[in-house]
Design a protein around this ligand. Structure first.
Ligand code: H2U
Ligand code: ZN
Length: 341
């Protein structure tokens, strides 16, 4: 009996949470919502875009005529640097605490029509350089203890604008998802992700693509159909420790992975991606291994997405297509973008 063909649970050692895998269900008929296909932006400059060079943003500020990356403080920051401290816990049930932070927006390129998959590796390396500079700058602020870099790509993920950009929210507390990983990685007496990567490279079946410095793979415990994790081969805890050759290698693997994603359903593939890095609270995080997560919502086509509803909201996540078959599908795709083919 092959356990992989039967319903089973898999443990995510980073979060301590289980995911239900139901491989026998992949033939299930589907009659549900069809998402409208997002059309790729064709214009290089959009006079109405608040991220294009020279344009006006909310509140009347103007973007400079930038020519590579451009960083600004979010005009609608979720967190502010000067919130006065307070702490309450009425009746032991109404706990609240002030939270300080800084929110920034990073434009990847002046070209409104691009995405990471459509940028050249040199330009993506400049984005990596910008992330490194931002991490350093934010980590140096005494009240910042965690730096979350993330990109919401595509309308389906709620991105407000197709202009290539990401956000950085840096916070006084370590956010939930990072806190779980930090707890689990610190509990070990070696780096769990160094060992995990070694085991995945031996097995090979969940690897999507790799270069000399980075590996992209579908984790054994992936929740989203085509979820991936990007791991540096060398152990380091955050972007401030990245080596010179690793910057271009990170840019390269991001381009190759997002190109495979676009090719999967011949669409500009939506996702949320972001880096998990060592908290900047000064504590010992030697066993934290920096990595990126890609959480794409698509399941079956450019318009059919996975919903996290029902049992998943009340019980826990579940998937039908196995991580191994998702990896096999991503692995057999070309790295030449379908729009160039
Ligand atoms: P998203 O596409 O991931 O939502 O990112 C866009 C961010 O840009 C969003 O957080 C900010 C929004 O607050 N924004 C500005 O800072 N200035 C503007 O003029 C419009 C949007
Ligand atoms: Zn734009």
């Amino acid at each position: 009996m092959n356990w992989r063909e039967q319903p089973h649970r898999r443990l995510n050692p980073l979060t301590g949470e289980w995911v239900l895998v139901s491989p026998h269900r992949t033939q299930r008929p589907w009659q549900g919502q069809v998402e409208r296909q997002p059309r790729p932006a064709a214009v290089h400059y959009d006079p109405k875009c608040y991220l294009c060079p020279g344009n006006e943003r909310a509140g009347g500020k103007h973007n400079p005529p930038y020519t590579s990356t451009f960083v600004f403080d979010n005009d609608f920051s979720a967190l502010l640097p000067d919130t006065p401290p307070f702490e309450t816990n009425e009746a032991g049930l109404f706990a609240a605490r002030a939270e300080r932070g800084l929110c920034r927006v990073v434009c990847f390129s002046p070209d409104h029509s691009l995405t990471v998959a459509r940028m050249d590796t040199g330009a993506i390396t400049t984005v990596v350089d910008t992330w490194v500079d931002q991490f350093r700058d934010l980590a140096a602020q005494p009240f910042i203890n965690a730096v979350q870099i993330f990109e919401n790509r595509g309308e389906m993920m709620g991105a407000s604008n197709p202009h290539p950009h990401c956000q950085i929210w840096s916070t006084e507390s370590v956010p939930n998802e990072l806190a779980k990983e930090v707890a689990n990685l610190s509990a070990a007496s070696e780096c769990l992700l160094c060992r995990y990567l070694e085991e995945e490279l031996k097995r090979g079946e969940r690897i999507v693509c790799e270069n000399r410095q980075f590996v992209a793979l579908v984790p054994f415990w992936a929740v989203w159909p085509f979820e991936t994790i990007v791991l540096p081969r060398r152990h380091f805890t955050a972007l401030d420790e990245i080596a010179a050759d690793e910057r271009a290698a990170l840019a390269e693997i991001l381009k190759r992975l997002t190109t495979r994603y676009d090719n999967l359903f011949e669409t500009s593939f939506p996702y949320t991606m972001g880096f998990h890095q060592r908290p900047t609270d000064g504590a010992d995080h030697r066993y934290f291994h920096m990595h990126a997560h890609f959480y794409p919502p698509l399941l079956r086509s450019a318009t059919v997405r996975k919903f996290m509803v029902g049992f998943e909201m009340l019980g826990g996540p579940q998937r039908d297509i196995t991580p191994e078959s998702a990896a096999a599908r991503l692995r057999q795709l070309s790295e030449q973008h379908y729009l160039d083919a």
